[in-house]
Design a protein around this ligand. Sequence first.
Ligand code: URA
Length: 437
Amino acid sequence: MSGPTAVELIERKKRGGELTPDELRGFLAGYVSGAIPDYQVASWLMAVCWRGMTGPETLALTEAMVESGETLDWPEITRPTVDKHSTGGVGDKTSVVLVPLMAAAGAAFVKMSGRGLGHTGGTLDKLESIPGFQCELPLDEMRAQVARIGAALVGQSGDLVPADKKLYALRDVTGTVDSIPLIAGSIMSKKLAGGARSIVLDVKWGSGAFMQTLEEARVLAETLVRIGEGAGRRTRAVLSGMRQPLGRAVGNALEIREAIDTLRGGGPADLWALTLELGSQLLELSGLAPDAATARARLTELRDSGAGSRVLEQLIEAQHGDPRVVNDPALLPSAPVVLPFAADAEGWVATADARGIGDAALALGAGRRTKADPVDPAVGIVVRARIGDRVSAGQPLADVHARTEAEAQAAMDRLRAAFQLSASEIAAADDAYETVG
Ligand code: URA
């Protein structure tokens, strides 16, 4: 690296100074090539955690991360390209509903997703509960699929943003994950490298989310949108609550079943509301609808006509899965033991804690504690009472779908802590969305 040494850059950040785009590019390139060692990058990361980054510096970091690997573009696609990212939560199966609907509305939507870790689920694990479904597709096969049906639901290509993979692994073991510029750079580098022109970000807040408070989520959302706009993409963020799970189902096949149900006009109201919110933002951003009201009407019509479910069938078939699950969800794996978890008193539901319910599903085998753990597609929790509901003693608050009765009982111990009842009335917690951008 010419110019300042790595130590000088670390020192400057330690004192609260700013690195230039060229310096950041050189520093990251040195890290990815192995010329700059982990311990210097770890030191710089900690300095960023304490000192933060300016807006231009955060954008430069993100662009330098994008430049560390390959990028996708879509010259053969005539449809507007769109993308979405959720900062993760419990029961979030929105992409499975949104991607087919957006394709039915005329967009090209290549959704690259990740796997679950800890209490949060991952879209790839959910999709793989569909018999035969493949998330890893050769690039030319995926391109042909997007040109034909407008949608793909796949894993992140290994060649995009290698700097993020290396940095994230280092942040994970050096206590440097929770920095807004680092989180924003990590998320947006992957979105920019994916090549879509319009991007919507679902930034979650609450116990089940990365950001615990609405205020923190707002700062992250503003940072994400500034990066997207700075890089020339039409970008908006929606803040959505994650104090309780999204929808009812938590667990892979259970969530696919709920997503299909929602795409077919049933399903929980909150899942459909979020799908409509994110979808209408994308339709407006990409110019496929003139305003939010038209966009919402169009998405609802595509759901009601069955056009969205037909795209999901085509997508599953193209990705080697069994498309019959869309009309016959009984073909999805199911757990041998299903037991109700009942309220021990009457009252109002004060908490249906997303984190606690996610942990109960994880303990059943629906998620993984370490990256190498297998997941059980069939098990999970179906929540039957939401914050603010009035329940009587003995009324089921959730159903536990388990491999064995002993595992179901162990999950119930966790659910006991997640559901708290109040003797006095509690308001419903359908948190209003806030839009940034
Ligand atoms: N998600 C990401 O992709 N990166 C982060 O740093 C945090 C959450």
